[in-house]
Design a binder for this molecule. Structure first.
Ligand code: FAD
Length: 375
């Protein structure tokens, strides 16, 4: 995965000398999506999602991480090294960090994609503050929708929850808070048929309408902003226009983990989310780690994903060290050095007994210098 979790893992892994390969189709993940502005990533404020990703990628590449634009289709974890199947080839690796994220589910109604970043969002924590003292809609009936509505109610003028059924699927306590909240109203048995917008008078130039996630494209600013929505009462079929400034879609997420079915264990209460062991990023398979949204149905933020990506690289490095894996290049150099020394002394026995790696106390930089000098 090439979002904040995957790239952060690559930075840590590269700096630990682990030769990370980042595989994703495309790079960037959700921050690379249309209309994503980031105002809450420490050290970077008021930047676009693509700018955050671009900076992360540059940092990872500077330490030697390699990027490959490919989709992983399956993983064979029955033998080591693991075999990671992509659409075009097979990659062999000692350790895998799964950082494939969890995509927001969307309504797929008219106006939704067009106004992402212009009032349509699937992340109230990320974008709610931009609608201070405005009227907002929240679509959904589960815990996530309840949490979004409560977060938005702190800053918005009014919050209307749109739910297609006559009861919430959310936990009783959260649902009750929504029902009793003075600035939250509920539209039961109602669906959003269309999101309405106002065309900006002077739309920014160079705007891309393409769905392709090009790293260099300007995907930040929409040409239209939300002005309302067409709602439909599912019991009567009647339609009605409602005014609002933002529509938050909270109808769940789909973790990108289908390629790991029957390979790792999943969270029993959260389908598709990878189960990790305790506070680590270890999965049910030794050598496979999970980081970011793909293993986190609770926080789903760029900064928490980046943090768990770093943790996954640290976990992977420790595991590889424990298993004595991932040192092939260093071991090869040590063997070469031993052979050279054996040749010098004219004794074939020396190469059998002498272990340059141990002799160097694991300090391979010194051994590398000696090898270079010998060569
Ligand atoms: C509209 C919106 C606005 C947001 N705004 C903010 C914000 O302002 N601040 C904030 O902190 N968070 C924000 N978020 C949340 C944030 O984007 C996510 O929490 C974060 O991107 C998760 O990072 P990740 O690396 O775990 O996964 P993702 O970013 O989802 O990255 C997943 C990566 O895996 C790749 N992938 C998927 N399937 C495969 C496969 N089969 N093989 C290989 N690669 C695969 C994808 O191509 C992608 O590169 C926002 C989210 C949305 C939807």
């Amino acid at each position: 995965g090439g979002g904040p979790a995957g790239i952060s893992a690559a930075i840590y892994a590269a700096r630990a000398g682990l030769s990370p390969l980042v595989v994703a189709p495309p790079m960037g993940g959700q921050l690379q999506g249309k209309g994503v502005d980031v105002e809450n990533y420490p050290g970077m404020h008021n930047v676009t999602g693509p700018a955050v990703i671009s900076s992360m990628r540059e940092q990872a590449a500077s330490f030697g991480a390699v990027f490959e634009v490919e989709s992983v289709t399956s993983v064979d974890a029955s033998k080591r090294p693991f075999k990671v199947h992509t659409e075009s080839h097979i990659i062999e690796t000692h350790a895998i960090i799964v950082a494939t994220g969890a995509e927001s589910n969307w309504l797929n109604v008219t106006g939704e994609y067009e106004m992402r970043g212009g009032g349509v969002s699937s992340c109230a924590t990320c974008d709610g503050a931009a609608f201070y003292q405005k009227d907002v809609l929240v679509v959904g009936g589960g815990d996530a929708a309840m949490e979004d509505a409560l977060v938005l109610a702190r800053t918005s003028k009014s919050v209307t929850v749109i739910h297609r059924r006559d009861t919430f699927r959310a936990s009783k306590i959260l649902a009750q808070r929504i029902i009793e909240h003075p600035s939250i109203s509920i539209r039961w048995n109602t669906t959003v048929e269309e999101i309405l917008g106002t065309v900006l008078e002077s739309p920014p130039s160079g705007e891309s309408e393409s769905e392709d996630l090009d790293l260099d494209a300007d995907v930040g600013i929409p040409q239209k902003v939300v002005s309302g929505a067409i709602l439909k009462d599912v019991s009567t079929g009647e339609e009605e226009n409602i005014s609002c400034d933002a529509v938050f879609i909270a109808i769940g997420h789909t973790p990108a983990t289908s390629f790991l079915v029957d390979v790792v264990d999943f969270e029993p209460d959260h389908p598709g989310y990878i189960k990790t062991v305790g506070r680590t990023t270890r999965t049910s398979v030794a050598g496979i780690f999970a980081a970011g949204d793909v293993a986190d149905n609770m926080y789903r933020q760029a900064v928490t994903s980046a943090g768990s990506g770093a943790a996954a690289a640290l976990d992977a490095e420790r595991w590889l060290s424990e298993e004595g894996l991932g040192n092939e290049a260093a071991e090869f150099e040590a063997e070469l050095l031993a052979e050279l020394m054996a040749d010098d002394e004219g004794s074939s026995k020396v190469s059998d007994q002498y272990n340059a790696y141990e002799e160097a106390g694991g300090k391979m930089a010194g051994v590398r210098e000696s090898v270079r000098a010998e060569l």
